[in-house]
Design a protein around this ligand. Sequence first.
Ligand code: FE2
Length: 388
Amino acid sequence: MSESTFPAVSLIIPPVLPPVLAQIHMEAPPDSSSLANLLVEKLDGGAVLVDVRPPDSSEAIDGVFRALLGAVSAPLQGGVVPLSALPADKETVLIVYCRSGRRAGATAAHLLEAGYSHVYNAGGPAGDAHLWQALAKRQGEVIIPMPGGVLQLFDEDAPSGGGSSTLTYILTDLESKEAIIIDPVLEQVERDLAAIQQAGCTLVLALNTHAHADHITGSGLLKAKLGNDKIPVRSAISRASGASADILLEDGEEVTWANGKRRLRVIATPGHTAGCVCYYDPTMQVVFTGDVLLIGGCGRTDFQGGSSETLYESVHTRLFTMPDTTLVYPAHDYKGRRYSTIGAEKATNPRLTKTKSDFVELMAGLNLPYPKKIDAAVPANMRCGVQD
Ligand code: FE2
């Protein structure tokens, strides 16, 4: 099948078409089975899958969030796709998907305007089943049960946020009406409380993956604001962090919530700091990796008891041993990406696919600037953000 037979297409035409896409639509679109074959062929030739959905429960269909292994997460923000998440080479073939194909169509238009020349709309899991099945068969499908609410929130720059680019997670259980939060940010406490209130839930746990150096945790302020609630919110961090909190966690321990129906397993992953842990949710089969494993990267290792040898060991023995289809929810991303998978990181993470000695050498040569907020953030986070 030649490329000229099927130029870049959008299955659903966005409301305002740039001239190039309008011109493309003059030609008859291929049927779904021909398009499926074409897209699979493109993947064999190095095309990149681009998922423009936020990875949260609003995108779940029948309580399940489905993605394709190896997709680049680049959710639309304010109607615009973050180009920093995409390959710089504008000749790269991009296959874009969302839930139904509508946002993928709008994205295709935006990407063509931005200079990308080969953009295809693959619809989505709620769209053409034939098309989705062909892509899933080629790539491997990631199936994430989201029985309750899952919200991923980003800490924007001032004035709306603290500028730490932290990804905070709120999980809610609609039966027990309990909510938990992972890696809250001080400047975003009002935003987080509003989200929890909107879900009709009560916050019971504020979990931290480590004592952060780039922002003060919201745990202390959340406790202060919710101090009079019937069920008080409890802060948690690892015992190995040396910080004080209501709950000090050990490796292998399980944190339960929602009347014991939901749990998170604590996985010690030192290396970015000596006390870093990841939280694994067996219901959803997702791992909250903090700063240890980031999308295509990892946290720095030059302070707070950090060690590049230890980080490498933690990732390879504790995280890369998980199933490839485990969803990775990191604590930061600076390029607009929002999720990854263990399989993708194992295969393509430019730092962690190196040998241990090459990784250690790379980390030793980073020469990163001293974090702006570390002198205030670390002492505050050693008390889990509780003020005297
Ligand atoms: Fe950190």
